[in-house]
Design a protein around this ligand. Sequence first.
Ligand SMILES: CC(C)(COP(=O)(O)OP(=O)(O)OC[C@H]1O[C@@H](n2cnc3c(N)ncnc32)[C@H](O)[C@@H]1OP(=O)(O)O)[C@@H](O)C(=O)NCCC(=O)NCCS
Length: 151
Amino acid sequence: MTHPVLVLRAEDAGRMSQLHMRSFDDPWSAVSFRGLLLDNSILTLGIELEGQLVAFAMAQTIAGESDILTVATDPDQRRKGLAATLIRALIDRLGERGVSRITLDVAEDNAPARALYRSFGFAEDGRRPRYYTAGRDVPVDAILMSCKMSL
Ligand SMILES: CC(C)(COP(=O)(O)OP(=O)(O)OC[C@H]1O[C@@H](n2cnc3c(N)ncnc32)[C@H](O)[C@@H]1OP(=O)(O)O)[C@@H](O)C(=O)NCCC(=O)NCCS
């Protein structure tokens, strides 16, 4: 089943923050999301089920390259293809805007996200040692991934 993809706006900051809280140990506040949603360099896509925001993905584009800032699916709605739908939609829309490459970083121990990105052709091409510390007893490396767009 494919779900309609919405472009999220500043008024969605509160529910994005709620969903982020359910997905990350170091959630971003509604104020932070509002600032990001007001930034014209950032595209934010979301999926609603029965009026509730259940997944979103956010990417910032600077000088023709995009960076995926965050992606989250509600824990009760995972493994239903929602994040994949959003990443597909982001790639398509960024491609239409002439973006040549998409980058991201992901915690080394985040197997679901690494598998998600690999399934879209993202390659692992770098590492930031001990990058993630919040909510962890032991810092975890960030794995840098990127995907070249076929223009
Ligand atoms: C990572 C995350 C966004 C995936 O969301 P999702 O909506 O459940 O993902 P999808 O159902 O679209 O999965 C797409 C593909 O990703 C991979 N994947 C997703 N969850 C996985 C898991 N638990 N284990 C292994 N692979 C997984 C699979 O390749 C999957 O395809 P498949 O179901 O056909 O095998 C979700 O687990 C999440 O919100 N995690 C917490 C926040 C987070 O880590 N965000 C990413 C930070 S970089």
